[in-house]
Design a protein around this ligand. Structure first.
Ligand SMILES: Nc1ncnc2c1ncn2[C@@H]1O[C@H](COP(=O)(O)OP(=O)(O)OP(=O)(O)O)[C@@H](O)[C@H]1O
Ligand SMILES: [Mg+2]
Length: 257
């Protein structure tokens, strides 16, 4: 199917239709339907075990849905393997930090670029000379330019999470899924990191879907907030709508605001 460019802007970046995932008899995700508009910042909130990471795993091909469909850029991607989805422009980070501790910060990002784009025609020349300026650009955008030569395992925890974001950005995603990008960070690190994420996705026009337990961070950057409870979407709206939603206040926000 081809689109006139003005029509294409209206095609949702991501569409989930009646998505369901069961483990044995347990419904971890139950009949979730939603659409994400291009270039918007979207948060998923919900208590521990609500199904946030499972939903991410269904979108990124790490889990196959029991039923329902996932469409990305108006293409059915249900059941497609994660490495193929990352080539199509879906990037993600994981709830647990995932960097190569013994490689330097620079090498971590460079390795991601090489894995994504390949070594090109000079397959047998040293990989150390590949994507040097691209790697520096990525490090600058996540604030790690000055730490390029530090082994990743020696970085402070917050900086490891920033590096993980850099590795994900190296794959040039149009849809970015961040699962608790600030987990384990101090309040000050969280604020800095959330602002950095906001700036990067706005600059690049990336569609962001993220989970986050820091409710102030959620309200501060999200165009839209989705609330999951025991695998079902119970609310969907702007920060203002979610703040004042009685069901959400009862079941999740209760006393936090
Ligand atoms: N592979 C699996 N096998 C069995 N049950 C699973 C599996 N993955 C997730 N679950 C269950 O599905 C439910 C949702 O888990 P999930 O990790 O998606 O929650 P979450 O909202 O990300 O929670 P948290 O805020 O703690 O990260 C939980 O009850 C969990 O135990
Ligand atoms: Mg989770």
């Amino acid at each position: 199917m081809t689109y006139a460019s003005s029509d294409h802007a209206e095609v949702p970046c991501l569409q989930l239709r009646a998505l369901t995932k069961t483990f044995g008899g347990f419904r971890a995700i139950s009949d979730v339907t939603l659409e994400l508009r291009r270039g918007t910042i979207n948060a998923i909130i919900g208590a521990n075990g609500a199904g946030k990471s499972t939903l991410f795993n269904l979108i990124t091909g790490h889990y196959t849905p029991t039923s329902g469909t996932v469409r990305y850029d108006d293409r059915n991607i249900t059941g497609i393997a994660p490495h193929r989805l990352s080539k199509l422009g879906i990037g993600r980070s994981f709830q647990r930090t995932n960097v190569f501790a013994k490689l330097t910060v620079f090498e971590n990002v460079q390795a991601a670029l090489i894995a994504h784009r390949g070594l090109g025609p000079q397959l047998f020349s040293s990989s150390a000379s590949k994507f040097v300026s691209e790697t520096r650009d990525v490090l600058a955008s996540v604030g790690l330019f000055d730490s390029a030569d530090v082994p990743a395992g020696l970085l402070a925890y917050g900086d490891q999470k920033q590096l993980e974001l850099g590795i994900t950005l190296a794959l040039d995603p149009t849809l970015l899924l961040l699962d608790e990008p600030t987990a384990g960070m101090s309040a000050a690190e969280t604020e800095k990191s959330i602002e950095l994420i906001r700036r990067i996705v706005r600059e690049r026009g990336i569609t962001l879907l993220f989970t986050e337990h820091d409710i102030h961070a959620v309200f501060s950057i999200s165009d839209r907030i989705l609330v999951l409870e025991q695998g079902s979407l119970i609310a969907d709206g702007s920060s203002q709508e979610i703040r004042t939603d009685e069901k959400v206040k009862r079941s999740y926000l209760g006393g936090r605001e």
